[in-house]
Ligand binder design. Sequence first.
Ligand code: MN
Length: 194
Amino acid sequence: MKRFELPPLPYSYDALEPVISRKIMELHHDKHHAAYVKGANVALEKLEKARKGEMEINVREVLRDLSFNLNGHILHSIFWNNMRPPQENNRPGGEIEDLIVKNFGSFEAFQQEFSKAATSVEGVGWTILAKDEENNLYVVQIEKHNLMHIAGLKPILVIDVWEHAYYLDYLNKRAEYVNNWWQVVNWDDVEKRL
Ligand code: MN
């Protein structure tokens, strides 16, 4: 059966400074993301053993672990690639800009909706920009890694708003983290995901 692997960061740990510090990136990638990869693999191993009759499992519990950890792995893998070193006046262009304007009225209206969603996720989670098969765009909040997710939508831009993503740099000021994060969005990567 398939096993998941921790992908390397597409840049150095300090590449996103001063928006996100090296210390956060080291912990976030090497510890947190690694733990979700491990958790997803452990859940798969349990299912495999249960299928062979080698282990009794609580299926509901194992599937919940799989959903939590695998979504954590998938979302972090997108998150790293959605970012690049900070740029001033960082804006989308090309097809992704056209789609954002078509769906939200303007880039500023989209940015405001997405930022409000990201700052108001209850507890821990994510805000994502996702698309359906006809390239209609949706801003979606996700609690933890897996609750409130809309099945069938493909994430193209994601922000992690768990405290581990910003607390060392921003303490409780999640809004400041979200506001600065726009400088490191890699719009080329977002466009590639359309
Ligand atoms: Mn995270």
